[in-house]
Write a protein that binds this ligand. Structure first.
Ligand SMILES: Nc1nc2c(c(=O)[nH]1)N[C@H]1C(S)=C(S)[C@@H](COP(=O)(O)O)O[C@H]1N2
Ligand SMILES: [Mo]
Length: 497
């Protein structure tokens, strides 16, 4: 036992050294090819949808951290085994390390837009880890005579490489993530000023406008892509009259519209956080499509991001007169990198997974029969309008309240259904009472609401429901997010003293 434990540690140390160095190389070249992240991304792509949904529900926004942590833990466990094998024969240990790197390299190369240079970090990891293990093994062999000094030096050097590589890689990535300095044009078709919401009046209510830093983020990536506006182009191809490619400056030269739109994720559970309201600046999608001239066979717009990830949007819905946009700005600033810099799509009324492509580079006019997008391959719906929904922001579930005047408040949305006409509140299964609505930010934007409740002591159940402007009530029928969005009423239980 005493002689084995150090060998397990050598395996782990050698692997950490290799990974640290690979992380630095990845940061200096292209941020997504770090071996651990590549394996994590592959796991995301290969995970069956129900399990992915379970992970999102259970871990919320920590899901990716937990994923990367698990991958790392698995790798280090195998690295310990590699160390133990190396005790018998260095070749065996090195062999297992090479198998690990081969798995990572496969994950790297199966990314849609992978190129041979993306293998750099994995190769560095392989060479560094094997050399490190060999060094430790040699010092260990000489240990009885030469004492422990040689091993300590080797371990120190390898540890330092791991730390410097890891921390250095993070610093370089941080630098690369700095926003680019671009100037956006003023909208030719501006949005009216957003009215003052209920933010001040109703403590605990969701702000009427979501700040960029607070805007939910949902995508399949483990890193934040760095796409430069100078290298960026948008190509419109497929069933078109002529293929068109636009540069960033050419896009900015087109007429700009500005709209307040509430974005929603299909993975949002009833009462969940994956929804946000922002002011978007961009070009009308139909203006861009018109440059190429859409043919008469296409029924979907297959959009592709810089890395080959695809999203499909029903052509008929995207071009039915709604304010579908190719966006460059969010809340008065260039798009943040997390939200798709330099250019993304936003289509009001459709869940993000069939409309809101970030880091957009291509629009292909095609058919659902001919081509499938990322989530279509995984069983999600192709037609997924956002479901009418009211959320209770305050009081929080299981809150302890004082009896007397309690203000219940939240937000509700019914994009492309005439907005919100009514929100109603129900206490303990009694009659539905109309809530007060905040000002309107337009039909594609959410609406704040509040209801004054004379709370009496005891445990109470509060429910809310919305009715859309075109007269459709929110359904109470419960559905999970898969395959076309959650439904049901948001309810919270509170305790009144
Ligand atoms: N390139 C790319 N775009 C994407 C995604 C993605 O995984 N990759 N996720 C989509 C989903 S599911 C949603 S809900 C929205 C979320 O946009 P946000 O992160 O800016 O809130 O982006 C969409 N655009
Ligand atoms: Mo989503």
């Amino acid at each position: 036992m005493r002689t084995r434990l150090p060998w397990a540690a050598y395996g782990v140390l050698a692997t950490i050294g290799g990974l640290g160095l690979a992380h630095a190389v990845a940061a200096l070249t292209d941020a997504d090819t770090s071996p651990v992240l590549a394996v994590g991304s592959a796991v995301i792509d290969l995970t069956p949808t129900p399990m992915k949904e379970w992970a999102i529900r259970t871990f919320g926004s920590a899901d990716k951290l937990i994923l990367v942590g698990s991958v790392l833990a698995g790798v280090l466990a195998l690295a310990a085994v590699a160390g133990l094998l190396a005790r018998r024969r260095i070749r065996y240990g090195a062999g297992l390390l090479l198998v690990l790197v081969a798995v990572a390299a496969t994950a790297v190369m199966t990314r849609p837009e992978a190129s041979v240079t993306d293998l750099g970090p994995s190769l560095v990891a392989a060479v560094a880890a094997v050399l490190a293990l060999a060094w430790l093994a040699r010092e260990q062999a000489g240990a009885p005579a030469g004492g422990r000094r040689g091993i300590l030096v080797a371990a120190g050097v390898i540890g330092a490489v791991a730390v410097i590589g890891g921390v250095g890689g993070q610093l370089v990535t941080k630098l690369r993530l700095r926003p680019e300095d671009v100037t956006l044009p003023d909208p030719t078709d501006p949005a009216p000023p957003l009215p003052r919401g209920l933010d001040k009046q109703v403590p605990g209510i969701t702000p009427f406008r979501t700040e960029n830093d607070d805007f939910y983020r949902v995508d399949t990536r483990l890193d934040t892509p760095v796409v430069s506006s100078e290298d960026w182009t948008l190509t419109i191809d497929g069933d078109v009259g002529r293929e068109v490619t636009l540069t960033y400056d050419e896009l900015l030269a087109l007429p700009m519209i500005e709209r307040d739109i509430t974005l929603t994720c299909v993975s949002n559970s009833v009462g969940g956080e994956y929804v946000g309201g922002a002011r978007w600046l961009g070009v009308r999608l139909t203006d861009v499509l018109d440059l190429a001239g859409v043919g008469d066979r296409a029924d979907q717009i297959l959009s592709t991001d810089f890395d080959g990830m695809t999203i499909s949007t029903p052509l008929a819905l995207a071009t039915d007169g709604r304010d579908a946009m190719i966006c460059v700005g969010m809340n008065g600033e260039p798009l943040p990198r997390e939200h798709g810099f330099p250019v993304r799509m936003v289509v009001p009324g459709l869940y993000g997974f069939i409309s809101a492509t970030k880091w957009l580079t291509r629009l292909t006019l095609t058919t659902y029969r001919d081509q499938e997008a990322y989530w279509t391959e995984r069983g999600w719906a192709t037609d997924a309008p956002i479901k009418i929904s009211a959320r209770i922001d305050t009081p929080r579930a299981l809150a302890d309240l004082e009896s007397g005047d309690v203000v219940i408040g939240g937000v509700a949305w019914a994009q492309e259904r005439g907005g919100i006409a009514k929100v109603q509140v129900q206490i303990d299964g009694g009659g539905w009472k109309d809530a007060n609505l905040g000002p309107s930010g337009g039909d594609d934007y959410w609406r704040q609401w509040f209801y004054r409740w004379p709370a009496t002591s005891g445990s109470h159940r509060i429910a809310a429901r919305a009715v859309s402007g075109d007269g459709e009530p929110q359904t109470a029928a419960r559905a999970e997010p898969f395959p076309d969005g959650a439904s049901g009423l948001h309810e919270v239980i509170v305790d009144v003293a």
